[in-house]
Structures are given as C-alpha cells and as structure tokens.
Design a protein around this ligand. Structure first.
Ligand code: ADP
Ligand code: MG
Length: 269
C-alpha cells in the first residue's frame, strides 16, 4: 500500500464549502478491516467520485456514513456539523445487486418510501405525496410505469426508480453506490443528467464509480481508496496514472482504463 499522496488536499475544503467530511473512519467486519483510518472531504455543490478496486471498502464507506454499518472509530460531519440528527439531509441509493428484487412491491411504493421521513411510518400517503412521487418518477422517465412490480423491471429501470426515491427525499447530499453499473446507455445518460441538475441546484453528489473511462467527464472531484486513502482532490490534479497505479496496483495506463472497467464489471457479483 502506498503512502498518502501529496494530492490529498482535504484541508483546503472548509465549511461552508464542505458537504461531507470524514475523519479517521475505520470499519471492520469481525476481524477483517474493510476501511482503515480513511479521511475525506467532499465539496458542496460538486460531483464527487469514489474509486478503487473490488473490495477496497467503497460500499462500506457509504454504508458507514448513513449508519447502516457501524464504525469502529471516526468522525463524520455534514456541512460542518456532526452527522447525528442531520441524517435526513442525506439520500442513499444502494448498489443494485444488494437489493432483493423479489420483494413484492411496485414502483410507486418504492418511491414513496423516500417520503416516510416526511409522512412518518404510520402516516397515510396523501395526494400531495403521491404527486411528489409522480413528479420524481417523471424526472427519471419512469412515470408511465408507476404500477409495475419492481422485480419485473430491467436493471436500468430499477436504477431509475431508486434514483426517483432518492429525489423524493429532497436531500442535500446524494450518495450513490455504482449507479451506472448494469444499466443501458440511455439510462446512464438519464441518470447523469439528473445528477448534473442536482449539482446545478447546489446539491452535492457523491458516487462510487467503477468506470474509469468516464470519471473525467462526469466528476469534479475524486477520492481514490484501497482500504486506506490513496489520493483525494480535484479530478485534474488527482486522477493521474500514478495515483491509479497506487490505487489499483500493477501497471495501469489511463489509455487502458476502458479495459480495466470491463474487467471490473466481470468480477463484480
Ligand atoms: P467495495 O464496495 O469497494 O467493492 P466493500 O465495501 O463491499 O468493497 O467490501 C470491503 C471488504 O469488506 C471486502 O473485502 C468485503 O469482502 C468485505 N465485506 C463487505 N461486506 C461484508 C459483510 N457484510 N460481511 C463481511 N465482510 C464484508
Ligand atoms: Mg461496492
């Protein structure tokens, strides 16, 4: 494992420019350390990518931020305040493969789950909530399919529905775990358009991203991890061959990024 890169510039981002700040985050599964003392500071109103090889701890990092996976140590702040009591400012889209698609529920139900914080678990969905949900489905091009069973949708359609659920939450920070994995090209375009429109409304988007070929196109900022920090900063300064080799190990040229993303796809379960 290489040492922390000179490109790490977490100290430059301070509130009010910081959306999500992570300090010394360590998470284990039993004896196995998934992430060790990770620092990150994702800027506000930006598109940030988290990249690293399979098993680098990317999904664990997101789960730990939202409290689904407990942390051993570390401090997490959003907009300069402890995350506790501020979780409602975060919307999370899990990795598609981690969802039970046989669960008997339809598109509208899934999107309305995003509204539970506003309605309360025992509250009844009212006309207003239904129209918010429809509006969010419309933003991802899924309004026509609101009655479909979720298990009957294509991978791309399922991903759009989960993005619609996140939109319904009307959060400040959007955490997405490989949102483009296993989706068709049209869905990828639709998702990136929605994410860019969130950024234009000063929302902060942080996505685990597996396709190195599109990092420069899609993102402003990158965190490169492999259990520990490798590098962090603006794409132009940070997304370099040197840092990619430190992150993925072995010989890796940017020109080969596309092949790499294909091989990562194959090994993703
Ligand atoms: P990434 O998303 O970067 O591929 P993960 O965060 O999913 O990596 O996993 C990091 C490490 O933690 C991997 O070695 C993985 O096998 C392990 N891991 C992930 N989830 C669990 C779990 N629920 N129980 C035990 N080990 C896990
Ligand atoms: Mg993952």
């Amino acid at each position: 494992m290489s040492s922390m890169s000179d490109n790490t510039n977490t100290s430059k981002i301070t509130p009010p420019n910081s959306a999500l700040e992570i300090q010394g985050l360590t998470v284990s599964y039993g004896d196995k350390t998934a992430i060790f003392s990770v620092d990150a500071n994702f800027p506000k109103a930006s598109m940030s990518a988290i990249i690293g090889p399979n098993g680098a701890g990317k999904s664990t990092l997101l789960k730990s931020v939202i409290g689904v996976q407990p942390k051993l140590s570390g401090q997490i702040n959003i907009f300069g305040n402890p995350i506790k009591n501020n979780l409602k400012k975060i919307a999370y889209v899990p990795q598609r493969v981690s969802v039970d698609w046989d669960f008997p529920t339809n598109v509208m139900d899934v999107v309305q789950m995003g509204l539970y914080r506003q309605v309360g678990l025992l509250g009844r969905m009212r006309g207003k909530q239904t129209s918010i949900a429809m509006e969010c489905l419309d933003r991802v091009g899924m309004a026509d399919l609101w009655q479909q069973q979720i298990g009957q949708l294509s991978g791309g359609q399922q991903q759009r529905v989960f993005l619609a659920r996140a939109l319904a939450q009307d959060a400040e920070i959007y955490l997405l775990d490989e949102p483009f994995s296993g989706v068709d090209a049209a869905t990828e375009r639709a998702i990136i358009d929605v994410l860019k429109s969130l950024k234009s409304k000063n929302k902060s988007v942080i996505a685990v991203h597996h396709d190195l070929a599109t990092v420069r196109d899609y993102f402003d900022y990158v965190l490169m991890i492999n259990i520990k920090n490798i590098a962090e900063g603006l794409i132009n300064e940070t997304f370099t061959n040197e840092n990619l080799q430190s992150t993925y190990g072995g010989k890796l040229e940017l020109a080969h990024a596309e092949e790499l993303s294909v091989s990562i796809d194959r090994t993703t379960t």
